[in-house]
Design a protein around this ligand. Structure first.
Ligand code: ATP
Ligand code: LTN
Length: 336
């Protein structure tokens, strides 16, 4: 039997090149090898306020970009989290399994709450819902970017804790993190990850950016002092990030890219980088636009939710039964 993977993407904005290179491109590559469940995690997105109209369109566009990147509904299951009731149900149970101390140590919470006057309770308990997402599918592995490793480790701890209390009920998953490209950094600050919720759009390349936007953002990207195109993540992190992006978009190794620009300046490198990025994104954008225009993502998400419900409701039942929770009514409100 094929091993199973689960991963989630927040519809908290338009997907970035970081999401594409760090996650979605991989989702596509592994869809043959694994039985894959991919989820647009809209409940996670509402941990920060989202206006209803933009949330609705971002859910559709996130799904359309994932399909546009090459996810195939014949091979994998794509669905929206809030269409499948078991997520919030197991989410609560995981909140009661996690400790306050554990949740307080999550660096994403620290980063996202820093400097804010008030944050939602959901932002704090976010990793418990993420653990539920994964555990509901008995996932063997979780393909994510480097930034999510701590959350997947917490998910493993929660599954192990649950199993030690209630018997062997939950599958303990492994993180599946690529060696390179797992962390694409902001074009404006190489110490911050490229993020779609960055208030400054110059920091990220969105999958919806035009050719001109992409060229402009790359031209303005910060570089380190010096003239040579050399790969040195410690001393020249901004340039190293651009070289990593070049390598991923062109399929050439870091060494090949560096060798190709020996004796050439940053300006020429950046001009070519813009072309390579545009070339990588153009087909994804074209398919995204077609999928949004013909509305074909709707049927994919409906069928996906049906399959996801089938699997997740069975696991939720197993959990409730092991814990002694009520099983008088099934998740659809039908008497058992
Ligand atoms: P936000 O920027 O709104 O906080 P996000 O883009 O970090 O959100 P998701 O959309 O949920 O969060 O991320 C989807 C996947 O993309 C995750 O697997 C995450 O690890 C990966 N990812 C996100 N940003 C990057 C990045 N800069 N480099 C590599 N991978 C990334
Ligand atoms: N926390 C993740 C999104 C996410 C996820 C998941 C990833 C929610 N549920 C389950 C993998 C598996 C993020 O912010 N990138």
């Amino acid at each position: 039997m094929r091993k199973r993977v689960f991963s989630g993407v927040q519809p908290s904005g338009i997907l970035t090149l970081g999401n594409y290179l760090g996650a979605i491109k991989r989702f596509v590559e592994i869809q043959d090898e694994f039985e894959a469940f991919y989820c647009v995690v809209d409940y996670h997105a509402i941990t920060v306020p989202q206006p209803p109209e933009s949330l609705r369109s971002q859910i559709a566009r996130t799904a359309a970009f994932m399909l546009g990147a090459g996810l195939d509904p014949e091979k994998m299951t794509l669905f929206v989290q809030s269409d499948v009731p078991a997520h919030t149900q197991l989410g609560w149970i995981m909140e009661c399994t996690a400790t306050f101390g554990e949740l307080s140590r999550m660096t994403q919470f620290k980063d996202k709450s820093q400097g804010k006057e008030s944050v939602s309770g959901g932002l704090f308990t976010y990793p418990a819902l993420m653990a539920a997402d994964i555990l509901l599918y008995d996932a063997d592995a979780v393909p994510v970017g480097e930034d999510q490793k701590q959350h997947v480790e917490l998910c493993r701890d929660l599954a192990e804790r649950f199993n030690s209390r209630f018997g062997s009920v939950l599958k303990v998953p492994e993180p599946l993190i690529a060696e390179t490209g797992a962390r694409i950094m902001s074009l404006q600050d190489p110490h911050k990850k490229m993020s779609k919720s960055d208030p400054n759009p110059s920091g990220y390349i969105s999958l919806a950016d035009s050719k001109d936007d992409i060229a402009k953002k790359i031209r303005r990207a910060v570089t380190d002092s010096g003239r040579e195109v050399a790969y040195d993540p410690e001393e020249k992190p901004a340039l190293a990030n651009l070289i990593t992006i070049f390598s991923h978009c062109s399929g050439r190794s870091i060494d090949e890219v560096v060798a190709a620009y020996e004796g050439k300046g940053y300006a020429e490198f950046k001009k070519d980088l813009a072309e390579v990025v545009v070339e990588a994104l153009t087909p994804v954008q074209a398919r995204h636009d077609a999928i949004v225009a013909d509305g074909s993502y709707v049927e994919v998400l409906r069928e996906g939710a049906r399959r996801a419900h089938e699997v997740s409701s069975t696991v939720l039942r197993r959990v409730k039964e092991a814990m002694g929770l009520s099983l008088f009514i099934d998740p659809e409100g039908v008497r058992i």
